[in-house]
Ligand binder design. Structure first.
Ligand code: AP5
Length: 245
């Protein structure tokens, strides 16, 4: 306790006040447990930070977590790499384990956005079991619906700032300086699986393994359709409409 008080003394007053104001704002927000589902490039990762900020939720993106494990060459990363490079899904047990652990973080106290999970019906069933143990359940599933033909341009034009997850697009959301993150000035990268070739396998996995997950939640009556082919700001408006209803 004494240690944490001493640490707080070292934090600038402006930062402390900003955090205090953020927590006060968050205390008035309803808890939300959300799933974002949609094919690669449908805009899940673009909309998640906006929803996270508005509702004080944690953003759990299994793809980002797996890429971090691959980069750090952890045992999990070594197991996941081959499937990810080919655009196939990694095993259910691996991703269920990382989500179970991640949901315990204090930043998930007001709820979470699951981005890229569950991606199979088995994962959805295991998630239900986890939540049942905590006495909670999923409130809403946002189905980012978009025609496959629009996705190649989105995926091959994407540039990412690896440490923050910020995403740009050469045509739709270009950085101020090409190849450079607007906030930090650090270099942007292209994901290894963001090629037209690997996209074909990722889409195949989506239609075969993940679309049944949407049906799973349709039966529970909690799916909202998001027209994801609209421009980013219009998609944000659609998301806000669904979440405020
Ligand atoms: P993951 O990282 O989850 O990739 P994904 O689902 O394929 O989704 P993306 O991140 O590609 O798309 P997004 O919808 O977030 O699009 P974004 O907003 O960036 O998974 C990668 C791999 O990890 C999988 O293949 C698998 O191997 C493994 N994996 C992950 N989770 C797993 C699980 N649960 N089980 C098993 N394996 C798992 O947008 C794309 C681009 O378009 C951006 O450049 C953006 O600027 C632009 N854009 C966004 N919205 C718009 C718009 N409205 N109009 C125009 N441009 C837009």
């Amino acid at each position: 306790m004494a240690g944490s008080a001493a640490n707080l003394e070292d934090i600038h007053s402006v930062d402390l006040m900003t955090e205090l104001l953020r927590r006060m704002k968050c205390s008035t927000k309803p808890d939300k447990r959300l799933i974002l589902v949609g094919p690669p490039g449908s805009g899940k990762g673009t909309q998640s930070p906006i929803i996270k900020e508005e509702y004080c939720l944690c953003h759990l993106a299994t793809g980002d977590m797996l890429r971090a494990a691959v980069a750090a060459k952890t045992p999990l990363g070594i197991k996941a790499k081959e499937a990810m490079d080919k655009g196939q899904l990694v095993s259910d047990d691996l991703v269920v384990g990382i989500i179970d652990e991640a949901m315990k973080k204090p930043s998930c106290q007001k709820g979470f956005i699951l981005d890229g999970f569950p991606r199979t019906v088995v994962q959805a069933e295991k998630l239900d079991e986890m939540l049942k143990k905590q006495g909670t359940k999923i409130d809403k599933v946002l189905n980012f619906a978009i025609n496959d033909s629009l996705l190649e341009e989105r995926i091959t034009g994407r540039w990412v700032h690896p440490s923050s997850g910020r995403t740009y697009h050469t045509k739709y959301e270009p950085p101020r300086v090409p190849g450079v993150d607007d906030v930090t000035g650090e270099p942007l990268i292209q994901r290894k699986d963001d090629t037209a070739e690997v996209l074909k396998s990722r889409l195949e996995a989506f239609h075969r393994q993940t679309e049944p997950v949407i049906d799973y939640y349709v039966k529970k009556g909690i799916v909202a359709l998001i027209p994801a082919e609209k421009p980013p700001k219009e998609v944000t408006t659609e998301v806000q409409k669904v979440l405020s209803s």
